[in-house]
Design a protein around this ligand. Structure first.
Ligand SMILES: [Zn+2]
Length: 271
């Protein structure tokens, strides 16, 4: 079984793209990945007398920790980030090392490697300006691409592999995704290899959900107008690739895909 953890960026008004991204890890490697990520935190935080278990891997917080906010009804107060007390050099070293931990994880069975999935929806596209439309479209793409990989694996796998999708419980749009998931489940939408999707888990309790946040952040930086590949370069080789050599695990939905130089678009246009 594969577990695909997903995370989203760009749901706010004015965001140039909506991005749904994540990491699919075989069940035999979930604990190993979590252990590797925990190891990075322990190596950097324990010497400072800090508890790695009290630190969530959240890329934006590692870059710029939040100072917290007083309550503004209907929104409750948010406490300052646990990362505020950690020196910037340590936070950035952790960020670099966790990406290395993800990109160098050796699968228990080489036939079941970790795989990156994403849908990047250009919000300037007239159909996907509203977040609800972009979101539904991104989910449908990612789930189909995950299912497609499982189908490909199952043509030769000695035991039938299925997939489960997990998502951060604390994201604001949980209800919207749940409503969408109910529709998918009812319709079946041809997701043959997937179990009920998605399951909502508190990101504080799952380093795998946190890994999805890191993947989403890295790709998000790539798709900004000032494209930054610092963290995405190592992730592209992990993108699921189909028999035609296309980076089929990531789709960039943009009217300008023929001119786009992102690795998934280039793999499709052959440029
Ligand atoms: Zn592209």
């Amino acid at each position: 079984m594969y577990v695909l953890a997903l995370d989203e960026s760009g749901t706010h008004t004015g965001a140039p793209v909506l991005l749904l991204a994540g990491l699919a890890v075989h069940e035999a490697d979930v604990r190993r990945l979590e252990h590797a990520l925990h190891g990075v935190l322990a190596r950097h935080l324990t010497p400072l007398g800090l508890d790695p278990d009290k630190h969530e891997l959240h890329a934006k917080e590692l870059k710029t920790p939040s100072r917290g906010r007083p309550a503004r009804p209907p929104y409750p107060a948010t406490p300052p980030s646990e990362w505020l007390t950690v020196p910037s050099a340590v936070r950035l070293a952790i960020l670099t090392d966790v990406y290395t931990a993800i990109t160098t994880l050796q699968p228990t069975d080489p036939g079941y490697p970790p795989r990156v999935f994403a849908a990047v929806v250009d919000r300037s596209h007239h159909r996907y300006g509203p977040v609800k439309a972009a979101d539904a479209y991104a989910y449908e793409h990612v789930l189909h691409r995950f299912d497609e990989m499982l189908g490909r694996i199952n043509t030769t796998a000695p035991t039938h592999q299925r997939g489960v999708v997990i998502h951060d419980r604390r994201q604001q749009h949980e209800r919207r995704i749940q409503e969408q998931a109910t529709i998918w489940q009812r319709k079946g939408v041809g997701l043959a290899a997937l179990l009920q999707v998605p399951l909502f888990i508190d990101s504080r309790a799952s380093r795998l959900i946190q890994a999805a946040d890191l993947v989403a952040y890295a790709l998000w930086r790539h798709y900004q107008p000032t494209s930054d590949d610092k963290y995405s370069t190592g992730l592209w080789p992990l993108v699921d690739t189909n028999d035609d050599g296309e980076l089929s695990g990531v789709i960039h939905i943009t009217p300008k895909f023929r001119q786009c130089t992102c690795p998934p678009c280039r793999s499709r246009t052959g440029s």
